[in-house]
Design a protein around this ligand. Structure first.
Ligand code: PGA
Length: 254
């Protein structure tokens, strides 16, 4: 297996004022600093990106945005451009299921955002995953494949090798009902890496880091990280807990 550096990203979603964000970072900074063998990424809301980035100066902990527009600038009221994000962040979450389901983000929009992120030297964390209905209808493989290949269409293998994929089954997000490590491994290994190998070649498929996301907690994280094709986690709820999040990061140090 290719040597891929584990990565754990915390998606704070719409939580934390600047003041609250500062407290949260303070409370976990020492614990996070201690795990250099895992790439650690904090994804606060836009308003807290700058203060969080400032607090992390001089550490190797990275910052990510949770979304962005694909255009450089222009008449897009309420949007944030890749140039703006790249001032503070190294990563950007793209195509999270909450964006797709609550804000009408389509595969075509996700693709534009992935391309825009790479143009600005931001590493996109591209989210894919099936809903409960799709899972029950036996469509997991088809849905995940389609979302993945649509998001990466038009990229060169060397660009694909740099980005990060997060497999986040929608039914597991925020529900406390995580997929089993075996299920997550099956989709990531047999669907995601297989599709990457077909489209971009086996070397690229082995180089890409693929995370699992959906109710990852301190008590279940190690099970996911023990799987051969899972390189880390995208963590929602537990990333707001200054004890649990570093514990998840430590579990990824292998
Ligand atoms: P959760 O969220 O860990 O709270 O399930 C994961 C995510 O939405 O990225």
């Amino acid at each position: 297996m290719a040597q891929r550096m584990p990565l754990v990203a915390g998606n704070w979603k719409m939580h934390k004022t600047v003041e609250e964000a500062r407290h949260l970072v303070w409370d976990m900074l020492d614990a996070l600093r201690d795990v250099p063998e895992v790439e650690r990424v904090l994804c606060p809301p836009f308003t807290a990106l700058l203060p969080v980035a400032q607090m992390l100066l001089g550490t190797d902990i990275k910052v990510g945005a949770q979304n962005m527009h694909w255009e450089e600038e222009g008449p897009y009221t309420g949007e944030i451009s890749p140039r703006m994000v790249a001032e503070f962040a190294q990563f950007v979450i793209v195509g999270h299921s909450e964006r797709r389901m609550l804000f009408g983000e389509t595969d075509a929009m996700v693709r534009r955002k992935v391309h825009a992120a790479l143009r600005h030297d931001l590493i996109p964390i591209v989210c894919v995953g099936e809903t409960l209905e799709q899972r029950r209808a036996g469509q997991t493989e088809a849905v995940v494949r389609k979302q993945l290949l649509a998001a990466l269409e038009g990229l060169q293998p060397e660009q694909v090798a740099r980005l990060v994929i997060a497999y986040e089954p929608v039914w597991a997000i925020g529900t406390g009902e995580a997929a089993t490590p075996e299920e997550a491994q099956r989709v990531i290994g047999q669907v995601i890496r297989a599709a990457l190998a077909e489209a971009f070649g086996p070397e690229t498929a082995q180089a890409v880091r693929v995370l699992y996301g959906g109710s990852v907690k301190a008590h279940n994280a190690a099970g996911f990280f023990a799987q051969p094709d899972i390189d880390g986690a995208l963590v929602g709820g537990a990333s707001l807990d200054p004890v649990q999040f570093p514990a998840i990061v430590r579990a990824a140090a292998r």
